[in-house]
Design a binder for this molecule. Sequence first.
Ligand code: ARG
Length: 275
Amino acid sequence: MATDLTWGTRYLMTEPRHFTVCYHINPWMTPTVDGEAAAAQWKGLVATLERAGATIEVCPDEPGLPDMAFTMNAGFVAGGIAVPSRFRHPERQPEEPHWRQRFTALGLEVVELPAPPEVRFEAGDAFLVGDALMGGYGFRSDRAGLEALGDLLGHPVVAARLVDERFYHTDTCFCPLGEGRALVFPDAFDPDDLRRLLERLPETVLLREEEALTFVANSVVVGGTFFTASCPGRVRDALEGFGLEVEEVEMGEFHKSGGSVRCLTLPLDVPGRLP
Ligand code: ARG
């Protein structure tokens, strides 16, 4: 096994029947989505991950909620519980009851974030890395949201402020790979916060801006293969040095909304339990 990530073989994905770009809540969003091409790319990703050994649970999206394709943002799932996101933008807030319903249908226990109602948290901003809950905040999640999640799950929180709005969700600039390894775009983070993050990730590959802009950090590992929209050569060499294979999957229609492989997939098999 190339990494110590014990999760990553069971994912929830949302069929993007209503995926489009019709509002603007991140700098990538471009209203020129080709629905058929998006559907084909999404099906291609499902088939690719299944071929790699993943089990994909598929759920439907809802009319009028074009970002439900980004299943990663539904909530934080670990150890059979789901903590639903509290979206920053009014455009995505109506997704929340639908995600609660999807979680319940999967047999997950829905546990609300123990924080005042005005505190925001969007999954995609927090990852369990070893014993720590690591995450970024500022554009979507609040620091208090990450801290509430860490308290709930019983993990120390290592939180870093995001400072570049092109990397508005942590999963666009931070990809933990297990064993102290990660891909990180350093300029997306407050420098002091970043230092604390990197202390726990001694084998981090620091991405250059042009590399980070390919969405290479928004990728998933299944069975020793790193699935990504595109992989710049230097990053590929580093990943192969970690013992990973690299496979590219076409995701261009979703880049027009600011998302890629990782945001389309919500891992359901992250271990954990409530303290
Ligand atoms: N258009 C979506 C939004 O701005 C894209 C979400 C991408 N998700 C992610 N985890 N990075 O909310």
